[in-house]
Ligand binder design. Sequence first.
Ligand code: SAM
Ligand code: DTB
Ligand code: SF4
Length: 329
Amino acid sequence: MAALGEIRHDWRREEVQALLEMPLNDLLFEAQRIHRQHFDPNEIQVSTLVNIKSGGCAEDCAYCAQSARYNTNLEKGKMMAVQEVLDKAMQAKARGATRLCMGAAWRSPSKKDFPMVLEMVKVVKALGMETCLTLGMLDDEQVRQLKEAGLDYYNHNLDTSEAYYPKIITTRTYQDRLDTIKRVQQAGIHVCSGGIIGMGEGEADRAELLRTFANLQPHPDSVPINLLVPIEGTPLAHMRDKTDPIELVRVIAAARIMMPRSYVRLSAGRLALSDEAQALCFMAGANSIFYGDKLLTTDNPDADRDRQLFAKLGLKMQRGAGGRDEEVA
Ligand code: SAM
Ligand code: DTB
Ligand code: SF4
């Protein structure tokens, strides 16, 4: 294996599998060593999620509470008003979040709704927060307008390996997803792209997902690693407690080693993790989280709980770009 810590885009699956299978102490040591070359090891970036359009989605993603195809007891909501998004952004900012990530249960944004989304980006930016959107697939004109509105990040996940993907989603292809990621990258918007573990995939699928990201040029700026939150009514409802948290730690460490300069986000699923398991994820190189008591439709640890965890671990929340770090007491 080549020396770990180089910025590379030529990873082979066997190399990634070898990383995932390393003795845990060696893997954590390498991940932490590389992490320290690029980041303050005691600093965590925090973003707050807002679901600007909930439920009723036409896609069939097998994990998702918001697909109209499954009976998940989630009502289809109307699009949130710009003022409500602004209120949520102000609350999030007051609690210390530096980025607002706005999600919509769409395959792709419609002509009718898009101007409102642009307005949301502008008002949140005017507060001095970073903006992130996740709206499904985008075309060239949409990415151009988002860049013009000042969007900082676009989240579009690959979710799993190309081989396992058809078992999870049939209504759009892996290539569709890669095309949107490329458009976003070419427009000069930061890419946030990651996946989910715990959907029944094997180690080879995890290795392939990581390999696909690491072989993108440049690497995604942010890589969210979600632990499946099993949702009643979806085809993956039975996957509860099927994943050992140590496997999540291994995936995070491999992501850190393969994409040394990217933020690796410990994303959905934290309520199922002990403080100790989360601490191992941070040691493995995770350096961002979703902060606030809700993800999109499911619960997340509340902000007070996270501040206690940060205090216990001596972590500080990152302030906005160029700002001062805040010690969390
Ligand atoms: N509709 C848009 C899309 O699919 O791109 C944006 C929102 S979608 C909910 C964003 C991501 O959240 C998904 O790609 C998936 O990785 C993650 N996600 C959704 N439901 C999840 C669950 N139950 N457990 C873990 N991650 C989940
Ligand atoms: C990401 O990778 N995870 C977030 C965000 N990007 C949009 C979403 C997690 C959703 C968890 C399930 C829910 O709350 O419905
Ligand atoms: Fe729709 Fe996104 Fe959920 Fe898939 S993940 S069903 S595209 S909201």
